[in-house]
Design a protein around this ligand. Structure first.
Ligand code: MG
Length: 257
């Protein structure tokens, strides 16, 4: 009995080694589908060839006022940037998106005043929703030398997840967000199939690492999910009294094609 067990073990070992010897590098290599060719931008932050440019510095053709999509009252475009017009409210994209990569640049005015949440407050809603707080807000705020609740500072998913680090540049300097957004998915009955996830680089520094969202981002109360589909991206005209901020060089690459 012992001998037959030993024999079986030896046989198994030799079969295994024959198999290992016959394995080829090609066994774990494949050739299709071939990734499509994308030409990167000429410098960091410039749109790659397959990006949809949402703002190139010249016009707001891709944007509508959230409160009235037919209104010509939007924000000011001058000197290659768009500047928030607080009286005209939030702006959102004409198009809707599900999963995407987003690049956006913003500048807090050099002469910014105010403190806490009332200092260069704006925000990027990664899916604009027509109820509650209006979606999922990646906070824009001057926190170069200004403190507030940490889950409401720049780079936070508002009132949920603080940034991993504070990577703010000084007021007056252009700053970047590079975002990878995975939209939540819902079952037919409205329950959450998979929550939203977000990765954010702030000025090239990782501040959200595949963060799972608990829902939308209300100012008061708990986050929650409510079924939705593809939605616009929205920029916030915050009601604080500080000087309005500016945006430029906004582009998106859809990932759900
Ligand atoms: Mg905000």
């Amino acid at each position: 009995m012992k001998q037959s067990l030993l024999f079986t073990a030896i046989l198994a070992c030799s079969l295994f080694s024959i198999k290992a010897q016959t394995a080829k590098p090609e066994d774990t290599e494949y050739y299709t589908p071939v990734p499509k060719i994308v030409t990167p931008g000429n410098s960091a932050g410039q749109p790659p060839s397959d990006a949809l440019v949402l703002f190139d510095g010249t016009n707001l053709d891709q944007w509508v006022a959230t409160k009235d999509s037919t209104s010509p009252k939007k924000w000011t475009v001058a000197n290659g940037m768009m500047t928030v017009n607080k009286a005209n409210g939030d702006l959102q994209t004409k198009r809707s998106f599900t999963d995407f990569q987003l690049h956006i640049e913003y500048r807090i005015p050099e002469n910014i005043t105010g403190s806490g949440q009332a200092r260069g407050n704006s925000g990027i809603f990664l899916a604009a929703l027509p109820w509650g707080p209006g979606g999922y807000e990646l906070q824009v705020l001057d926190n170069y030398n200004n403190s507030t609740y940490v889950n409401g500072q720049a780079g936070s998913m508002y009132k949920q997840t603080p940034p991993l680090v504070n990577a703010c540049r000084k007021p007056g300097e252009w700053q970047t967000y590079d975002v990878v957004w995975t939209a939540p998915r819902f079952n037919d009955d409205g329950s959450v199939k998979s929550p939203a996830r977000v990765t954010v680089l702030h000025n090239g520094v990782l501040v959200q690492n595949n963060t799972e969202l608990k829902g939308d981002t209300p100012y008061i109360g708990q986050p929650g999910y409510r079924k939705h589909g593809a939605e616009p991206i929205k920029l916030q005209a915050h009601g604080d009294k500080s000087e309005p901020i500016s945006y430029r060089n906004i582009w998106v690459r859809e990932l759900n094609q």
